[in-house]
Ligand binder design. Structure first.
Ligand SMILES: C[S@@+](CC[C@H](N)C(=O)[O-])C[C@H]1O[C@@H](n2cnc3c(N)ncnc32)[C@H](O)[C@@H]1O
Length: 273
């Protein structure tokens, strides 16, 4: 079936809506992405054009369509133990300093489908001799309800864990059989360390009560412009304990924005003690 055409005006309307609601900046090159991701939805709803869809998202009584649109336009690529340096740092530098209190709070703030928060949970379980004695909570959040639902199920195609050490897969995943062959499921002891919430990083404040030891904000800031990034850094700072850490993605940097953090190593920042 042919894709619909997107006029320049329609592109600009969608572009500015996405910026307002999610802080995401879509460049001109992303027009084909909008067409390919939204055409099917528009046809499914029986609408004649992008304009009609935009009107529904903005004015429709059913505001759920905005969530649907954000789900369709967000890029959710992720992996277990993506950018392993952060998990090594967590294990070697952070966990040992917290072992006297055995208390740790971590936020995976653009968690996508769960690979990142589950990798954090697995790191904690493997790094301490007595995980059951720890008071440990991992908050995982994302803008997209679709990826959060997938994360909470904790079921993945088994090729997603192909590059992990077999011993680790055995420790932390169950292999499916029968109708579930070809899939793995994260074990309950890992899943129960993570709670999922829908949080928009553009919100003025976040539903977080106790200060955090670590915030992961990886591979989402690339979609935000500099003023949006700077605002987000100021908010993160408020929710971190003194001495707490911020991890960002490998292609991201805080170098060009105003921020209150101390640089530790590439992609690792700290709120000074
Ligand atoms: C590329 S994924 C990164 C996943 C993971 N952090 C990683 O590095 O593998 C980016 C995620 O950011 C989410 N996202 C985009 N804009 C957001 C916003 N304003 N608030 C919260 N999450 C957002 C997307 O839904 C997507 O799941």
């Amino acid at each position: 079936m042919m894709d619909m055409t997107l006029t320049t005006n329609e592109f600009q309307q969608i572009q500015s809506l996405l910026y307002q609601k999610a802080g995401i900046t879509l460049t001109e090159q992303k027009q084909t992405l909008i067409v390919s991701r939204l055409s099917k939805r528009i046809r499914h709803l029986g609408l004649p054009s992008f304009q009609a869809y935009y009107d529904l998202v903005v004015n429709g009584v059913d505001s759920g369509e905005l969530t649907q649109m954000l789900d369709l336009l967000s890029t959710n690529k992720t992996d277990f133990f993506r950018e392993p340096v952060h998990f090594e740092f967590l294990k070697a530098q952070i966990i040992p300093t917290l072992s006297p209190s055995k208390h740790i709070r971590i936020w995976s703030s653009a968690s996508s489908s769960g690979e990142e928060p589950y990798s954090i949970a697995m790191t904690l379980l493997d790094a301490v001799p007595d995980p059951s004695q720890w008071n440990c909570k991992i908050l995982a959040s994302d803008l997209s309800t679709r990826v959060l639902a997938k994360a909470a199920r904790g079921v993945y195609e088994d090729e997603r864990v192909l590059n992990l050490p077999p011993e680790m897969v055995k420790r932390h995943f169950l292999r499916g059989n029968g109708g579930q062959r070809g899939y793995v499921k994260v074990k309950p002891k890992v899943r129960q360390m993570v709670i999922y919430r829908r949080i928009n990083l553009m919100d003025e404040s976040f539903p977080i009560q106790s200060l955090l030891d670590v915030i992961f904000c990886r591979n989402v800031m690339i979609y935000f412009d500099r003023p949006t990034q700077a605002k987000l850094m100021a908010k993160f700072f408020r929710y971190l304990k003194p001495g707490g850490y911020l991890f960002i993605g490998h292609s991201e940097s805080l170098q060009w924005i105003d921020h209150p953090f101390t640089y530790v190593a590439p992609t690792i920042y700290r709120k000074s003690v």
